[in-house]
Design a protein around this ligand. Structure first.
Ligand code: PXP
Length: 261
């Protein structure tokens, strides 16, 4: 690290909603792999995709294509189920992020209860880690959940930024600031516990800066807004603008850009 700049903040681009549009007509267009290639050209450091139980986003066949055809590490989001564990072990993506999943939800509405589900999660985390896959847990910004990640042996946590983004969107400023403070504390606490800390969910051009400025964060994962904004300014434009907003919030830190772990 040079001077007092925080380390480079990686951007994982979630391409789920390219698949959502494709699936609306059941065909092959638009292809999430093509979106991932564009994301790589626009400065993404990784590709994220969620294989849901109901396959509303990517499909099974997309995983191998994303892994083999795109020159970026793949972060597979998955529920902690035997089916998803099998799929992850078969494909061995660079990383797996374990998320809670309820069939009827519109999106991943809250963090994983890593503390309450310890005994269920332990063998899954162990098997993924033993296969050389970087495991992260998508949790709320909460000390109990951070400690659970440590006791489960997960090296990475991703903090759910949805409550902060919802409050910002609703202009509930006191709540927004309280959620930001919670995220900042959890980022510090997680780093002090030896965890690599990521964040994501609901981030936009308007909400990304204060999160990107948290020096302990190593990676943001952003999807829905980038794909939506692509309708207006193109996918490369939307990713480049997000990348620039992150770099600016980070004080221009670019050291470690090539480190894609
Ligand atoms: N991180 C995780 C773990 C997620 O589940 C999601 C949504 O799939 C995101 C980040 C991205 O959220 P959004 O699509 O709202 O940017």
């Amino acid at each position: 690290m040079s001077g007092n700049l925080p380390p480079y903040l990686r951007l994982g681009v979630n391409i789920d909603h390219v698949a959502t549009i494709r699936n609306a007509r059941g065909g092959e267009h638009p292809d999430p792999v093509r979106a991932a290639e564009l994301a790589a050209a626009a400065g993404a450091d990784g590709i994220t995709a969620h294989l849901r139980e109901d396959r509303r986003h990517i499909r099974d066949a997309d995983i191998a294509r994303l892994k083999d055809l795109v020159g970026l590490p793949l972060n597979l989001e998955m529920a902690a189920t035997p089916e998803m564990l099998d799929i992850a072990l078969r494909h061995r993506p660079h990383a797996c992020c374990i998320v809670p999943e309820r069939r009827e939800e519109v999106t991943t509405e809250g963090g994983l209860d890593a503390a309450g589900l310890h005994n269920h999660l332990k063998p899954i985390v162990d098997r993924l880690r033993d296969a050389g896959i970087r495991v992260s847990l998508f949790i709320n910004a909460d000390t109990r959940q951070l400690e659970a990640a440590v006791s489960l042996g997960a090296p990475v946590v991703e903090l759910h930024t949805g409550a902060y983004c919802d409050a910002a969107f609703a202009r509930e400023n006191a709540k927004r600031d309280a959620e930001l403070a919670r995220l900042a504390n959890a980022a510090k606490e997680g780093a002090a516990l030896g965890l690599e800390v990521h964040a994501g969910h609901g981030l936009t051009f308007d909400t990304v800066a204060p999160v990107a400025a948290m020096p302990e964060l190593a990676e943001l994962n952003i999807g829905h807004f980038l794909i939506g904004e692509a309708i207006f300014i193109g996918l490369e434009g939307s990713i480049r603008r997000m990348r620039a907003a992150m770099d600016e919030a980070r004080g221009g830190a670019t050291e470690g850009r090539a480190e894609r772990a």
